[in-house]
Design a protein around this ligand. Structure first.
Ligand code: GUN
Length: 283
């Protein structure tokens, strides 16, 4: 059996078209949804990511501004700028690109963003809202994974979902989202003694470790849904995920590719969150 692909490019295109339509409706009411992106320093990867975020936004009719500051920007100045953005009614979403230079306290910076504008979903208030099932912003990567499951009509109720990885921005929120849909959830991590014993039982596996070949064919139950959040490079420098794609696709029922899987979904969900922030502000 060869798994069916869950095409993140195609799905993200549909989501972006929906965002564009809803954005148009807000603009017709005189509201221009706007995202403020703050980049401190000149990390090359961050420069690429933030450029993508600006382009994705403008393509869907959202306004995005990229503010770039030198790497030695003081914490005081950065926090003051975030407070200004919090107070600006023309700004609906605020994103501070990570990682920040070492002298800046990332937690303090994120906690300074108004929760109503936290389109990354990284604020403790956003995390708390997810834990308790209250409205808030969901982190874009696990949110995109949930949309992928939804796109194949997958009913999570009573299913066993195994999340590999426990980061604050992917693994933990992913587990909570799956739980909210009534899955039985296991979180595996570097301290897990027998990873395969868990994944072999899983109807859904989400691999979010950041290491190649974390999940191989022998670790997957036939027919399982496999979602690959990883973004790694192989020996040849080719982009690959955490899953041994060639092997696992022969066992799984559904699988997400890398590239073209979770990556474009993460980008699309930032647009969804930004639009949502503007819609909530508009009432
Ligand atoms: N750096 C890498 N990914 C992200 C992201 O999703 N949000 C922010 N703010 N920084 C990042």
């Amino acid at each position: 059996m060869t798994a069916q692909l869950i095409d993140g490019n195609a799905l993200s295109k549909k989501i972006r078209a929906d965002v564009a339509g809803r954005t148009q409706a807000l603009r017709a009411r005189g509201i221009q949804p706007a995202l403020a992106i703050v980049l401190v320093g000149s990390d090359p990867a961050s420069q690429v990511y933030t450029r993508h975020k600006v382009n994705d936004s403008t393509e869907t009719g959202l306004q995005a501004t990229l503010e770039t500051y030198p790497a030695d920007l003081s914490e005081e100045k950065l926090l003051a700028r975030i407070r200004e953005l919090n107070a600006d009614p023309a700004v609906h979403g605020i994103l501070v690109q990570l990682p920040l230079p070492k002298h800046l306290n990332a937690s303090k910076v994120i906690e300074t963003i108004a929760p109503a504008k936290d389109v990354d979903g990284f604020h403790v208030a956003s995390a708390g809202a997810l834990v308790t099932g209250q409205p808030g912003f969901w982190p874009c990567t696990p949110y995109g994974c949930m949309k992928m499951l939804e796109s194949i009509g997958y009913d999570l109720r009573g299913k066993h979902a195994v999340v590999i990885g426990r980061s604050n921005i992917v693994g933990k929120p992913m587990a909570l989202m799956l739980l909210q849909k009534n899955a039985t959830v296991t979180i595996c991590h570097s301290g897990t003694t027998d990873l395969k014993a868990h994944t072999r039982q899983a109807d859904v596996v989400v691999a979010a470790v950041g290491k190649r070949n974390v999940l191989t064919a022998d670790m997957v139950k036939p027919g399982a849904v496999v979602i690959d959040v990883g973004m790694n490079r192989d020996e040849a420098g080719k982009l690959c995920g955490d899953v041994d794609f060639a092997g696992v696709r022969e066992v799984a029922g559904w699988i997400t590719p890398v590239p073209g899987g979770v990556g474009p979904m993460t980008r699309a969900m930032l647009l969804v969150n930004t639009l949502e922030a503007a819609e909530r502000a508009a009432g």
